[in-house]
Design a protein around this ligand. Structure first.
Ligand code: ADP
Ligand code: 5SP
Length: 595
């Protein structure tokens, strides 16, 4: 019987689990939806918020409960865990989990007759300490660390230098600024912390039965890792630790980093053997971030791009060149030493599109308020850039940020402009000017164009000419929840191009969890020195695994979006100048910016 491999994706709104065979065929998949299944934690869209301080976080107990629940669901579907030889996984990036001094003993002694949450969570009234020094994990949507980010940039001189060293300028959500704030805000809890995990290494720890190392790619989401020298950056560690005297303590809290993405950390905890029937020999292979893991779901060639439409929108490319810039992120490639991943990440992805979908559904005759039909029909019917006649009418360009955005760094808000490409004139649209910009209908196409123009603008330095075609990605792969939507995929192709077309994984499942399951298979089955890419190519069944959903590059249309880029950059600059200053004042006053 063929070996099987299990991959997880613990992301903002769900925990997904997926089982594949050695030949990469999907066997089972199941998910736990936090809002639907675990609403008792009081979460909304998977998180809790404290708007007064811009904080966004999730209960660690909810993650634990989800792990037992997803395994139970896989079992109910008929999964035979005794065939699973390797487990890996992915976690939403940047989030941290704080373990206390009892954690190692509790993890090592888990009783298969009880649940994880019963044994690892502290008692409600403190009658049991549990395994954590803090009950919550800061979420990547958190915006509470402006002061700390400024300190990170300052230590290196500026954001440019910080990006050169760590792959990114300081970001609110990055684990380094988050740890600094945690230490300042919860001094006692920081003292009581023996180990700090990322969300990915937290899940690995639960399966391993001891605190697991972070991996080489996910660690780059912390502003603490010196990428070119592959080691902790001591000046940045000292800052997060509150001075050089705290440095070695923080280093030991963070632990070792696994440089090999296929490394086995050891065999599975007896808890899962007793409770679910895993073989005691099942290996726990390094867990990584959700974005690095998504890149592993496909044999990505140079010039191919992944557009991941989850709660966040991310754009991913794999590259051999390390070209860091404060405008985007570079991280170590999760499996291939000497290669990197290029990433753009937007906070306003799925939820921003949902806002407009809901507004359109309210004014249409749709009976299902969550249906995408009216949104899609409106976006498809609206002409390119809202121009009924490209030679006379201006382009509609907007920004739609129900939450404060990362790219560009501005407060929450919606901005609509008319742009004349021949004169470069940019005029804001007044709230009552529904003739120039009928709301909410015109917003459907405008938000998609806006999201994809932003990706095109920032990925220009990485794309190359494709044969006789201008510089653009070779293939665009759509993944994440939004990839199910054909109108969104079509707009992605119109704006971004894609010489070979726009593709979607056709295996079912979820790219991120699939990537993790493939990594588990590679970690266990690789021949000496076999690279992940070769392992994947050897088992890849192009006909069955991917499907072309539409054309990418369309002559004439792609060029019109090219003309819009200048206007779009001007829109962003205008908004950053106006709202960025407001944001700075808000942050200084510590007024919350989560909406
Ligand atoms: N048919 C669809 N059209 C557009 N968006 C969709 C569709 N189905 C799901 N989504 C979006 O997918 C998002 C969730 O994506 P997913 O990748 O599962 O999330 P996560 O961020 O938890 O990994 C939701 O915010 C939802 O708006
Ligand atoms: O912050 C980032 C990347 O920098 C996010 O992409 C998170 O990694 C979570 O993403 P979702 O999968 O939940 O959208």
């Amino acid at each position: 019987m063929a070996n099987q491999y299990l991959g997880f994706d613990l992301s903002t709104q769900q925990l997904k689990g997926i089982i594949v065979q050695s030949d990469l065929k999907l066997v089972h998949e199941a998910k736990v939806d936090f809002d639907a299944d675990l609403s008792k934690y009081g979460i909304e869209k998977g998180v809790l918020t404290n708007p007064a301080d811009g904080e966004v976080f999730a209960p660690v107990a909810m993650f634990l409960e989800a792990i037992d629940l997803v395994l139970q669901r896989l079992k109910e579907q008929g999964a035979d865990f005794s065939r699973v030889q390797g487990i890996s996984g992915a976690g939403m990036q940047h989030g941290t989990v704080f373990w206390n001094r009892d954690a190692e003993a509790l993890l090592a002694g888990l009783d298969g007759g009880k649940t994880l949450v019963e044994q690892l969570e502290g008692g409600a009234k403190g009658e049991r300490r549990g395994a954590f020094s803090h009950p919550f994990s800061p979420n990547w949507q958190d915006a509470s660390t402006q002061k700390q980010c400024e300190a990170f940039d300052r230590v290196m001189g500026d954001g440019q230098k910080l990006a050169a060293a760590t792959g990114s300028k300081a970001h609110h959500r990055f684990s380094g600024p988050q740890i600094l704030r945690f230490r300042e805000k919860y001094a006692e809890a920081y003292k009581a912390t023996s180990r700090i995990s990322l969300v990915s290494s937290f899940v690995a720890s639960v399966f391993l039965g001891k605190v697991a190392p972070m991996d080489i790619s996910d660690v780059c989401g912390a502003n603490l890792w010196d990428i070119e020298n592959n080691r902790w950056h001591e000046d940045l560690l000292a800052l997060a630790a509150g001075g050089s005297e705290g440095l070695s303590d923080l280093k030991s809290k963070l632990g070792e980093v696994a440089l090999d993405g296929g490394k086995s950390f050891g065999t599975i905890s007896p808890y899962f053997v007793q409770r679910y029937g895993f073989p005691p020999s099942a290996q726990i292979i390094a867990f990584t971030g959700d974005n690095p893991s998504t890149m592993l779901a496909l044999p990505l060639r140079s010039s191919d791009a992944i557009v991941s439409l989850g709660t966040s929108t991310t754009f991913l490319m794999s590259t051999k060149q390390y070209k860091p810039d404060p405008a985007y992120h570079f991280m170590n490639h999760p499996t291939t030493s000497g290669e990197y991943m290029f990433m753009l990440c937007y906070k306003n992805g799925g939820l921003a599109r949902e806002h407009i979908r809901d507004a359109i559904n309210k004014v249409s005759s749709t009976s299902d308020p969550k249906s995408w039909d009216a949104f899609n029909e409106t976006a498809t019917r609206t002409p390119v850039l809202g121009q009924t006649d490209p030679s006379t009418s201006p382009m509609r360009l907007g920004l739609f940020f129900p939450r404060p955005e990362i790219v560009p760094n501005v407060r929450a808000g919606t901005w609509r402009f008319l742009y004349d490409a021949s004169t470069h004139a940019l005029n804001p649209v007044g709230p009552n000017d529904t003739e120039s910009w009928p709301t909410p209908q015109a917003d459907a196409r405008a938000i998609l164009e806006s999201q994809f123009l932003s990706l095109r603008l920032r990925s220009q330095p990485l794309v190359e000419p494709q044969g006789t075609l201008p510089p653009q990605p070779k293939r665009i792969y759509m993944v994440g929840g939004g990839a199910a939507n054909p109108a969104i995929a079509d707009l992605a192709g119109q704006v971004l191009g894609g010489a070979e077309g726009v593709f979607k994984l056709d295996i079912g499942g979820n790219a991120c969890a699939l990537g993790a399951a493939y990594k588990a298979a590679w970690g266990v089955e690789r021949r000496h020195g076999e690279k992940f890419a070769d392992f994947l190519e050897g088992r890849w069944d192009e006909e069955r695994f991917v499907r072309k959903v539409c054309e990418g590059y369309r002559e004439g249309v792609w060029e019109r979006y090219g003309e819009a880029l200048k206007g779009f950059a001007a829109v962003e600059a205008r908004v950053v100048e106006e709202a960025g200053n407001e944001r700075k004042r808000e942050d200084e006053a510590m007024v919350g910016d989560v909406v």
